[in-house]
Write a protein that binds this ligand. Structure first.
Ligand code: SF4
Length: 315
């Protein structure tokens, strides 16, 4: 039986700009169940990266709530968040920027253990670093290397090892393989999946790449212009996407099952500005099924009988 580990309610993050507030995240509701892998997909600029940072309290929300293990952590300051940083780890998108070039691999991976007081003495630190390196398919000899001596794939494995070493409850992964070659991506995804199953971890992935979400997620969410438009079990969404935007997004990706029939929607037009999103449903200027009410009334994210939720007046 799953239990909710992280929940966000009506979460908003608006950034000031001369043209008016940029509504990067604009009323997101979602739940991440313990032991699952939630994959959030959406095009660049839809607000995914901002959402992850607000959920981790790296950015303060403009409105809404963030809960961790049922506790409202929205108002937590630096000190209150400190112990939670061990439970909520993050893997960044670009492994070349995420690692301090002046630190050895041992220093990089052992640092969070020292910060959270999770190892007594150098011997214990060494054991934990070596074990975590092995879990990510790296060798003991990598400990003395500096980031510039490693390949992109090895750097990202170090980034994952740094997140894993403190045994967090949940790891947030921001486009973790987008800076890597396809062959390296597959290896890292397999290692991540193995680590998650062995350690009973929870993952929250964000990516523009549906194929990545297809491989790693149990639950899937689709984000458009700062809002979740559809979410639910991965198989259900992939088999029969409902929201017109989800259908357009999926249709743009080659379908691995040649026998599957998809009613394709071609995404046309530009994504509207998050400074001045359309009234009603924010997908209405691009939607082939638009009705008059879509231009006036914002659709709520409604739960359907098959377990998915969708924000569209057609459902
Ligand atoms: Fe299209 Fe209307 Fe549904 Fe929005 S609410 S996706 S405009 S049909």
């Amino acid at each position: 039986m799953n239990s909710t580990l992280v929940e966000v309610r009506n979460l908003k993050k608006h950034f000031p700009s001369p043209a008016g507030p940029v509504k990067a995240v604009d009323g997101v509701n979602l739940k991440i169940e313990k032991g699952t892998s939630f994959g959030l997909v959406g095009e660049s600029g839809c607000g995914k990266s901002t959402l992850i940072r607000v959920m981790l309290k790296l950015l303060e929300p403009t409105d809404g709530k963030v809960f961790f293990r049922g506790k409202d952590i929205t108002g937590y300051g630096f000190r209150q968040m400190r112990p939670l940083r061990k439970e909520m780890a993050m893997v960044f998108q670009d492994p070349h920027l995420a690692l301090n070039p002046r630190m050895t691999v041992f220093d990089i991976i052992s640092r969070p253990l020292k910060i959270h007081g999770l190892a007594r003495g150098k011997g214990e630190l060494m054991v934990q670093v070596v074990e975590t390196l092995k879990a990510m398919g790296l060798q003991t000899e990598h400990m003395i290397r500096f980031p510039h001596e490693l390949s992109g794939g090895q750097k990202q494995r170090i980034g994952v090892a740094r997140a894993l070493v403190v045994e967090p409850e949940i790891i947030f992964l921001d486009e973790p393989t987008s800076a890597l070659d396809v062959s390296v991506q597959t290896k890292i995804l397999k290692l991540l999946d193995k680590a998650r199953r062995e350690r009973d971890l929870t993952f929250f992935f964000i990516s523009h790449d549906i194929n990545l979400i297809r491989v790693v997620a149990d639950t899937m969410g689709v984000m458009y212009l700062g809002k979740i438009v559809e979410t639910g079990p991965k198989e259900i969404l992939l088999e029969d996407p409902h929201h017109p935007y989800t259908r357009g997004l999926f249709a743009a990706v080659p379908e691995p099952d040649p026998d599957k029939i998809i009613t394709e929607i071609k995404l046309t037009g530009e994504v509207p500005s998050p400074v001045n999103p359309p009234d009603g449903c924010n997908f209405n200027p691009r939607c082939p099924y638009v009705q008059s009410r879509c231009r006036e009334i914002e659709p709520e994210l409604k739960e359907l009988a098959d377990g998915r939720s969708v924000a569209c007046h057609l459902y």
